[in-house]
Design a protein around this ligand. Structure first.
Ligand code: ZN
Ligand code: ZN
Length: 131
C-alpha cells in the first residue's frame, strides 16, 4: 500500500506519492490560514514528479509563484504547488492516514494564532525557514 495517499472529502480528487517527502512542516502564515480556512497548514512537501493526481483540481495563485489546488466540487484544499522549483505541498488533513505526518518544524510563527501553544519541541522560525 502506498504510504502517502489521500484525496478530497467528496472523493472526486485522489493523489498519491511514491517517494518520501522532502520535508514535513507546519506553516502559520496568513496566506495558508486563509487558503485552507484553518489555523495553520500542516503539509508534506514532495517533488512534483513523485506525485500522481487523479480528478479535476481547480487552482488559484496566492502569490505569483504559488498555486493552491482544491477540489471544485467539495472545496477541500490539498495542494500548494511551485512549478519553478518542481515541488508540491500536500495538506496532511487530506491524507487517508494523517498519522504518517511527522512534522519537523514550525515557520511563519509571527502570524501564529494567539490561542495556539506550541510545546512539541520542534524548531520554530518567525518567518521563512532557513534555506
Ligand atoms: Zn504558509
Ligand atoms: Zn472533492
Amino acid at each position: 500500500m502506498t504510504k502517502y495517499q489521500g484525496g478530497c472529502l467528496g472523493g472526486a480528487v485522489r493523489y498519491k506519492a511514491e517517494a518520501e517527502p522532502i520535508n514535513e512542516r507546519v506553516c502559520h502564515c496568513r496566506l495558508c490560514q486563509k487558503a485552507i480556512g484553518a489555523a495553520f497548514n500542516a503539509r508534506l512537501l514532495f517533488r512534483l514528479d513523485d506525485v500522481t493526481i487523479e480528478g479535476h483540481v481547480a487552482t488559484i495563485n496566492t502569490s505569483p509563484d504559488l498555486k493552491r489546488g482544491f477540489c471544485p466540487a467539495c472545496g477541500t484544499t490539498m495542494f500548494s504547488r511551485r512549478d519553478s522549483r518542481g515541488i508540491i505541498g500536500v495538506t496532511s488533513g487530506s491524507l487517508d492516514d494523517p498519522s504518517v505526518f511527522k512534522p519537523d518544524m514550525h515557520f511563519w510563527t509571527t502570524s501564529k494564532q494567539l490561542w495556539l501553544q506550541l510545546d512539541d519541541g520542534l524548531p520554530q522560525y518567525e518567518g521563512a525557514p532557513p534555506a
